[in-house]
Design a binder for this molecule. Structure first.
Ligand SMILES: Nc1ncnc2c1ncn2[C@@H]1O[C@H](COP(=O)(O)OP(=O)(O)OP(=O)(O)O)[C@@H](O)[C@H]1O
Ligand SMILES: [Mg+2]
Length: 308
């Protein structure tokens, strides 16, 4: 299974190119396209309403829109349940008030989004391609960076937890056998719920990180022939390279006769930053601007290189 991420500045045509790629690939393979943008327009592009998250468009093409608000709420509820049961003995710290403000803390949406990507990649094994249409640059880079950042944190937390268990073990031995069941503290690593949970999280994030950096992951950067788009795309490419994420295709979208010289300049600049990455040029098409004359996903040029 191949995983494609369509990224780029706001309005450059990420959703349109992702939809066109999904449509073209679905002629010969099974494709799921997932919109991660809170301001979805995947349903609009395909002219359908996507209810309950997922819709069958043709036999080989499925559409999905992630409900970020719902996802963030569910994510928080799940984490709150786990935390409050794990730390039930810490009532004194007034954890309830901590949980009620947690929903305002930065990063919750990114984690919810990441959890949903991880779950989609893990569960949707019946597809040859999963295409993610992402929100504009900033949020995308932040959540793509999360697996690495999280793995580092989890490793550190596991070290701390092991140190705590060691100390508990030492205290346990000093005091000898305890008579009351309730006061016996876990001290074996294998029995410790917190360590078990950290290990599970670590496994999930390692799997996701592997999937994102693996040879089957393709990050596509869409841009337009203009200077602002060029500048933001350069920052995006730098960000992807810092995160070791596999940039595999550049799409110069909305090219016309009038801007073709600029298109050439922007492509040259982009090529200078990403030497081995191929560039596709896509013309501004009237049919895409005017849904009455054609569909909003049927781009005449082929988007995806044949070798994918
Ligand atoms: N090649 C094209 N020819 C004509 N119109 C296009 C082309 N590509 C995109 N458009 C139009 O440009 C507008 C923005 O496209 P789209 O919604 O795909 O961009 P986006 O990058 O996903 O935007 P956002 O950042 O808001 O998610 C839409 O009206 C779309 O129909
Ligand atoms: Mg979009």
């Amino acid at each position: 299974m191949k995983i494609l991420f369509f990224t780029g500045k706001g309005g450059v045509g990420k959703s349109t190119m992702a939809a066109a790629a999904a449509w073209q690939l679905s002629q010969k393979a099974r494709v799921l396209i997932v919109s991660l943008d809170p301001a979805h327009n995947l349903g609009d592009i395909f002219g359908v309403v996507i209810k309950n998250g997922k819709k069958k468009f043709t036999k080989t093409l499925f559409l999905s829109e992630i409900n970020l608000k719902k996802l963030s709420r569910e994510y928080l509820e799940r984490e709150t349940d786990v935390l409050s049961s794990t730390y039930s003995y810490l009532k004194i710290l007034n954890l309830d008030s901590y949980f009620s403000i947690l929903k305002y803390s930065p990063g919750i949406e990114e984690y919810a989004l990441l959890t949903s990507i991880e779950k989609t990649i893990r569960d949707e094994t019946g597809f040859d391609y999963i295409i993610f249409d992402t929100p504009p640059t900033g949020l995308t880079l932040r959540f793509l960076a999360l697996p690495r950042v999280t793995i580092t944190w989890i490793d550190r937390l596991m070290q701390i937890r092991r140190q705590i268990l060691e100390k508990r073990y030492t205290i346990h031995r000093i005091r000898g056998t305890l008579d009351s069941e309730e006061t016996i503290l876990d001290y074996k690593e294998a029995d410790d719920d917190i360590l078990k949970r950290l290990e599970k999280l670590s496994d999930n994030y390692h799997a996701l990180d592997g999937a994102l950096r693996g040879s089957d992951c393709h990050v596509v950067v869409v841009f337009n022939p203009d200077i602002l788009s060029l500048k933001e795309s350069k920052r995006l490419i730098e960000g992807l390279s810092e995160l070791h994420l596999p940039l595999r295709l550049l799409i110069d979208n909305k090219v016309t006769e009038a801007n073709s010289e600029m298109a050439g300049y922007v492509e040259k600049e982009m090529k200078g930053m990403a030497k081995d990455v191929s560039i596709k040029r896509i013309q501004l098409a009237n049919t895409l601007l005017d849904g009455r004359k054609g569909t909003l996903y049927d781009v005449p040029e082929s988007i995806i290189p044949d070798s994918w």
